[in-house]
Design a protein around this ligand. Sequence first.
Ligand SMILES: NC(=O)C1=CN([C@@H]2O[C@H](COP(=O)(O)OP(=O)(O)OC[C@H]3O[C@@H](n4cnc5c(N)ncnc54)[C@H](OP(=O)(O)O)[C@@H]3O)[C@@H](O)[C@H]2O)[C@@H](O)CC1
Ligand SMILES: Nc1ncnc2c1ncn2[C@@H]1O[C@H](COP(=O)(O)OP(=O)(O)O)[C@@H](O)[C@H]1O
Length: 272
Amino acid sequence: MIETNDPAIWRNFLPWPGPETHKHARGRLGVVSGRAHQTGAARLAARAGLRIGAGVVRILCPPDAVATIASTVTAVMLTPFTSPEALGREVEEMDAVVAGPAAGLDEGTVANIQALALSGAALVIDADGLSVFKGRSAELFAVLDRDDVLTPHEGEFERLFPGLLKQGRAVAAVEAARRAQAVVVLKGAQTLIAAPDGRVRLNPNGSPWLATAGTGDVLAGMIGGLIAQRMDSFDAASAAVWLHSDAAARFGPGLISEDLCDVLPQSLKALR
Ligand SMILES: NC(=O)C1=CN([C@@H]2O[C@H](COP(=O)(O)OP(=O)(O)OC[C@H]3O[C@@H](n4cnc5c(N)ncnc54)[C@H](OP(=O)(O)O)[C@@H]3O)[C@@H](O)[C@H]2O)[C@@H](O)CC1
Ligand SMILES: Nc1ncnc2c1ncn2[C@@H]1O[C@H](COP(=O)(O)OP(=O)(O)O)[C@@H](O)[C@H]1O
């Protein structure tokens, strides 16, 4: 049965800070950046992770990207890594990690995701982190846990699950989550969120203003930020998808992806 992704389902599980909390207790999120000329996507995701409440957000980047990122981030922290093993060590203390946006379609991205999967952090895998496994999806599924989240648009979905969309989006999303044994967010005008146990939610408040570059990167950061705050991954994905659309609708005409973070507090306040 397809459930409507109504806030009533997950609203009581949204993580609000208690009086005794501190930034590390609120959740630590990592975001893996691409090379020097491909850092925007990670910066969008990292900012979104902070805005949705993760207490500490750190971008992990190749050494050549340090100067670019350092000159453009403020509250977001930054650590370079020189190998997949070093990346895996950096995320040991993190609660969740976003990987894939603008990561590059090469073996380095495969190795980074495999190293991240060995850590205890929940993974949110998007964009190139999905596309790089085209024709070899079993290698990705083999390293995933049930608290990991895949966030494909239809093009990326087709690369991981060729032909499956012909069965209809809802059936396809459920089957994808079963095969991956992870949460699958099949993005689009009516985004679906599917869990490996067969549950599926259809998002009711999609906003066409989201059809602009980088909004998927923001969504990945929002999901990662909620999981870092220890929200269940299926509920975190559901809540992030709804809040993302709500923020877009509040902003309306002229929205670009970097505006979403600025309007997200209004969406959060309305639910509190
Ligand atoms: N600020 C930054 O740094 C940003 C960096 N970004 C980074 O850019 C890289 C490329 O990302 P991407 O998503 O544009 O390209 P990708 O998935 O390789 O292929 C696109 C092809 O897939 C198809 N397609 C089918 N359905 C689709 C759908 N629903 N939505 C979209 N596409 C759909 C469609 O094919 P067509 O239908 O045209 O034949 C289309 O031509 C990636 O690393 C990403 O992280 C972006 O996040 C933006 C902000
Ligand atoms: N017509 C639309 N109506 C509602 N939401 C849309 C529409 N088009 C795109 N979106 C949303 O915008 C986001 C785009 O993500 P994605 O394709 O990964 O973009 P990018 O890679 O540029 O960040 C997704 O959350 C998707 O659901």
